[in-house]
Write a protein that binds this ligand. Structure first.
Ligand SMILES: [Zn+2]
Length: 341
């Protein structure tokens, strides 16, 4: 088999894809996946991890819709990136062209442009509840899905590679897609490939083929999965040469450019101060004529929520939880002041 994993990314840009051995003609070995198992990740860490009321997000959707005169929702589909070749230049050129376009358009230039990316690492039921909420109408998001989900807990604790259930409401996804939502691929190919680069590239090809046939997927992001012994993770996989012309790597490893980003990931990381992790505060920093990405994990948001021990004692969080519990009719976003108007 051709050892494509040994090639550096920089070489990919110079290769003619047609000169490469198509991976479909190589012997595809069965991945070393052990078995399908039930809920997993130690039963989703004994059902913890839902730290925010769903309303924290659905009230945000309503807030965005009510402020459409100064907030514009973007999807990756709206960004004019040609392909993954020479991404540093290409992405920079895209950013400059976007800025020039917005600056020349008085309406667009008065708005802040926000892009929502959902990484669906687990708990697809919570994604479904969020996507089904009527507040999400007219607020399209970019939904990053696995083709096959890995049990992170088992892989990390015992090195055992297991895939798990990952049920998807296809009718709901397709309805939202027809309304402008974008379905991308959340690549975990390096984990699924047993931390072998060649196998991982085969799995990337298999998964991207499946996702593009199913959803017309072009955009992908790397999942922050379980790294190998040297710390290499899904985001360090070389860009697959057969996909460099046909896909856009948007996040983690290769990134499109934004003027500001918010992420709700790594909740329990001591490196992240809960004080600065309120989405509403982030909205108050938005500036007209600029674009922003919010990376959210719907697994943290639900009607049946607990409280985050790490966030407890942080004034905005305590206040938000108290309001959600005591004043169900009041918007959690009512006091947010945009600095755009
Ligand atoms: Zn992820």
């Amino acid at each position: 088999m051709r050892k494509i994993g040994d090639w550096l990314f920089s070489k990919f840009a110079k290769q003619e894809p047609s000169k490469l051995t198509p991976l479909s003609q190589t012997a595809f070995e069965t991945p070393p996946v052990v078995r399908m198992i039930g809920k997993t990740d130690a039963e989703y860490d004994a059902q913890g991890g839902v730290y925010f009321p769903l309303r924290y997000l659905t009230d945000m959707m309503r807030f965005i819709s009510q402020n459409s005169d100064c907030l514009q929702v973007l999807t990756y589909q709206d960004l004019d990136v040609r392909d993954g070749h020479e991404h540093a230049n290409n992405y920079h050129a895209e950013y400059l062209a976007w800025n020039a376009r917005v600056a020349a358009d008085p309406v667009a230039n008065c708005k802040a442009h926000v892009l929502l990316q959902y990484d669906i690492d687990r708990s697809t039921d919570l994604m479904h509840a969020l996507l089904a909420s009527p507040e999400h109408d007219k607020v399209p998001a970019n939904i990053m899905l696995f083709n096959e989900r890995v049990d992170r807990w088992r892989l990390r604790s015992s090195g055992e590679l297991c895939t798990t259930e990952y049920p998807l409401d296809e009718a709901l996804l397709r309805r939202r897609q027809s309304e402008g939502f974008v379905i991308g691929y959340h690549t975990n190919a390096y984990e699924l490939g047993g931390h072998d680069t060649d196998r991982a590239l085969e799995i990337f090809d298999r998964d991207m083929t499946a996702m593009s046939e199913k959803y017309g997927t072009r955009f992908f992001s790397a999942h922050g999965g379980v790294p190998d012994a040297k710390g290499k993770n899904n985001n360090a996989l070389p860009y697959h040469p057969d996909w460099i012309d046909r896909s856009i790597w948007v996040h983690n490893g290769v990134n499109l450019r934004f003027d500001g980003v918010f992420s709700d990931g790594g909740h329990n990381s001591p490196k992240r101060d809960p004080k600065n992790r309120d989405l509403r505060q982030f909205f108050e920093t938005l500036q007209p004529g600029k674009r922003y990405r919010m990376l959210l994990h719907p697994q943290y948001y639900g009607d049946d929520y607990g409280v985050s021990r790490r966030f407890l004692g942080t004034p905005w969080y305590d206040d938000m939880i108290r309001t959600a519990q005591q004043q169900p009719e009041r918007s959690l976003w009512e006091n947010v002041k945009l600095n755009i108007k």
